[in-house]
Design a protein around this ligand. Structure first.
Ligand code: UFG
Length: 327
């Protein structure tokens, strides 16, 4: 079993992946500057509060802990914010990553799994999306992730630095056994916002119902965070076993409209979702669905929690517990 460093391990996907790595028997350290992460999502004894720009301390930690591979989540993730403060996204997501890669090279660590995004494809020409489709991000967030993928490609060629980039579709759900879940501030993601509407009675806005889809609302590929975490474990074990660098989509291949998600929430919670129809949100493509056959055939990964009711049930479990904790 390996010693693995998780950056951004106090965030949503990072905290889940840390949990699943430990379940597999790996030994995990977390680095997070807690600017967006949550201290309570990481056991104290494995948390190092550290910014990725602090290259010297990072390199020292990598050496001291004899880290064999890094899974790199630490980044800003809000598409809308990235259009208001692009420089902040490039400084943090690209600058922070380069600093991490320098520290890794200094410490002799040469394996990395990178948290990339379906936003790399922008508005795709064809759905389901395969990895060989055009890379054409339409916001600074997506561009920042593409830039890091490009840097990783050069490091592979000239530094024998092996990496797997995972382009996620819509991460959602929660792992009930771990007591973990989604806590963004401000929250912009659909499922937590629908659950909040159920809890507070304040309506959620559906962004547009005039898209060219069966019910007029946008289609997305919702991937359970536990399935997504398992993809990272397959990826890091592939690298630890001497596997080559590569890029994979991570999604279920199933599309759900916003209205279908609302229906699933009503079924699971037994409550009516208060909602209103609003205008389209700028930059939302009508449909984003992954073709993730490459990940399935190359790394043997399978999503086992693709059912929308399972996703909503797990997210609801966390949302209910979280509201109780705040009271
Ligand atoms: N939506 C609403 N109302 C809301 C919030 C969202 O109708 O209040 C709709 C959106 O229009 C979209 C769908 O719900 O059709 C999902 O929206 P999210 O904001 O939850 O997720 P996105 O698809 O916009 O973004 C996700 C990730 C990004 C990533 C992007 C790329 O959160 O980090 O996928 O595919 F860049």
């Amino acid at each position: 079993m390996a010693k693995i460093l998780v950056t951004g391990g106090a965030g949503y996907i990072g905290s889940h992946t840390r949990y699943f790595l430990e379940q597999r028997g790996h030994s995990v350290m977390v680095v997070d500057n807690l600017s967006r992460g949550h201290r309570e999502l990481v056991p104290d004894k494995i948390l190092h509060v550290l910014d990725l720009h602090d290259k010297q301390r990072l390199a020292a930690l990598l050496k001291q802990e004899r880290i064999e591979a890094v899974i790199h989540f630490a980044a800003y993730i809000a598409v809308g914010e990235s259009t208001q403060h692009p420089e902040m996204y490039f400084a943090n997501n690209v600058g922070g990553s380069v600093s991490l890669f320098e520290a890794m090279i200094e410490a002799g660590v040469d394996k990395l799994v990178f948290s990339s995004t379906a936003a790399a494809y922008g508005t795709p020409k064809k759905v389901p999306i395969t990895e060989d489709q055009d890379i054409a991000p339409i916001n600074p967030y997506g561009e920042s992730k593409v830039m890091v993928e490009t840097i990783l490609d050069w490091l592979d060629r000239y530094r024998q630095f092996r990496s797997i980039s995972l382009r996620y579709f819509n991460a959602c759900g929660a792992e009930p056994a771990a007591g973990l879940g989604e806590l963004h501030d401000p929250e912009t993601h659909l499922i937590p916002l629908i659950l909040r509407a159920v809890q507070t009675g304040k309506p959620v806005t559906i962004f547009g119902d005039d898209y060219p889809t069966p019910d007029g609302t946008c289609i997305r590929d919702y991937i359970h965070v536990s399935d997504l975490s398992e993809a990272h474990i397959n990826a890091v074990e592939h690298l630890l076993n001497g596997g080559a660098s590569d890029i994979f989509n991570v999604g279920t291949g199933i599309g759900h409209t916003v209205k279908q998600v609302v229906d699933a929430v009503e079924k699971v919670t037994g409550k009516k979702v208060p909602s209103t129809i609003g205008p389209r949100r700028e930059g939302d493509p009508p449909s984003l669905v992954a073709d993730s056959r490459k990940l399935q055939t190359t790394l043997g990964w399978r999503p086992t929690r693709a059912d929308m009711e399972v996703i909503v049930r797990d997210a609801w479990h966390f949302a209910e517990a979280h509201v109780l904790k705040q009271k």
